[in-house]
Design a protein around this ligand. Sequence first.
Ligand code: UDP
Ligand code: MG
Length: 325
Amino acid sequence: MLSDVRGNGRLSVVVPCYNEQAVIATTHRRLVDVLAGLPAPDWEVLYVDDGSRDATLTLLRDIQARDPRVRVLSLSRNFGHQIAVSAGLEAAAGAAVVLIDADLQDPPELIPDMLARWRDGADVVYGERAARAGETRFKRLTASLFYRLINRISATPIPIDTGDFRLMDRRVVDAVLAMPERDRFLRGMVAWTGFRQEPIRYQRAARSAGESKYPLGRMLRFAADGLLSFSLVPLRLAVYMGLAASALALLGIVYALAMRLFTDIWVPGWTLLFIAVLFLGGVQLLALGVIGEYLGRVYWEVKRRPLYLVKERLGFDAPPEDKTA
Ligand code: UDP
Ligand code: MG
């Protein structure tokens, strides 16, 4: 019954691309090979050009001109991976949407399996990395630490070792699109929606060409976005530290009073005083910093700027929606 409803729907494949001129032609060929073999006759590939500064957009225009099942959404500048994916989700028409990176680290050959799971009733089928070839030990270690940390402190459990490679049912896509936040940690947002989510294990290949667009600084910011938008624990941590510091201070007071009342060596309390001042100063600054991180994010959210701006739309039949209406 379910498979009937889902069997006829369109499949959209959303591919964010930022400076991917080295791989995009290969990626497209491999995607089409897989999609052409699908039982679902109706599919579209939606490339989101995230303000590439190389020939990516030109190549995408060529690909689109040759294949009417290809759509290209070109953003007005580089908005970042998560926003590019959000733009693609918004433009996708499918009953199911697959997100896949442009660099072939995620094998398109997995799409038929994902589709089969969806037809069997799964609402989200997410790729779980069994191995990550071509990535440094450092990246693997930091990624694994990050997932362990976020799962300890996040209110929503977020699957370990997953990226954005996944298939989503229309209702999950709509739920994610209905979330107005600017800070978009998509894998967390998808996990938050619930429904039936199933992992599918795969070997993550090395990037087929070009280089990673996630240097260390960007990776750290991404990690901070994920942690702070899914957890209030860092704020609470400030409270715990404050409590601990106050408890210590209380001990200090008792000590100081005892020295004052029962001994005559109360003057040289300088060391204790010095440590207390330093310690409290440190805790306060840290707590302020944590509050500042959240406040900054609240500031971005209340501005309510559009998430992204589109420069060009190719292959979409309907005229572009008027988003200001
Ligand atoms: N990407 C993007 N905008 C950006 C950075 C990356 O659309 O600002 C795309 C990129 O083209 C690729 C995907 O996001 O398709 C993942 O990026 P990358 O492979 O560089 O990340 P990594 O796999 O190294 O974490
Ligand atoms: Mg990659």
